[in-house]
Design a protein around this ligand. Sequence first.
Ligand code: FE2
Ligand code: FE2
Length: 312
Amino acid sequence: MVQSSDVEELFTRLWCESVCVAEKMNVIFSLKEAGSDRAVTLLCAALMDPRERSVLVRHEIAYVLGQMQNPKARETLVDRLVDANEDTIVRHECGEALGAIVALEAWDTLLAQTRDPVPEVRETCSLALERLRWMQRQNGQQKHLTGTSRDKALVFRTVDPAPPFEVDVDPEASWSDEALGELLRDENVSLFRRYRAMFTLRDRNTDKTALIVSDALLQDRSSALFRHEAAYVLGQMCRPCTLAALEKALAKHQEHPMVRHEAAEAIGAVGTQEACTVLEQYCNDADVIVRESCLVALDIAADYAILNDLNP
Ligand SMILES: [Fe+2]
Ligand SMILES: [Fe+2]
């Protein structure tokens, strides 16, 4: 449990010159765990502070603010979302976070941003609005979730941009893995429905479903946002069988950095020696967010290795 005095101290660490990006990511995680209003206020201040130049760090702050689901973050998230000079990846996380917070007051902003010139921002805001509509249909409640869904929600403790299909409510919940894979890959279907298929496959959590998502990551031509989410989901699934696909995604220098970044983090989550060897090759990548992601991923993999040594 993080004490309130620790929260202030953690915040000051973000501005120490000696603190590397990997350590900053740990600080952000600790502030999230603190979960207090004060932690949210400090994270918002960090997101607004021009001293923080790392897109990786700033997008992580926005992501964490969404996961914390505290409405106090709304104004800051709107401010960063609508700023066309802000980095696309940060703007994306802000839009998604507004959906995660269920910020109905931001409805008009999200709607306006569905006409943004940047496709990843447009698509994120459309998804956030779809999520808000879905939440409204559910009356803003999560309590309708069936036992199975709730259990799965515990396995993947994230607030997702779209819900998985729900047993006893959505017929797609009983579709075969293959049928869901087809829906996932169908570029003529809305991103929201494709995401719902993706999170359903994630929650089935087998090598087979992970490989279906890997396949979509490599085959999709419609949306960098979709591909980055596929890589993110593979990071949650942590399955060594997906390493080859993740490596291919990371190796594509013409790919959007948001996809390569998520692929690097997912490779870190796989965490095997082979995975670390892949990451080491990209620690000097021309793209800053890719090389920072590789360094952070190697740091996390090293922590897991120490833990495994302690608890063999
Ligand atoms: Fe994202
Ligand atoms: Fe990310």
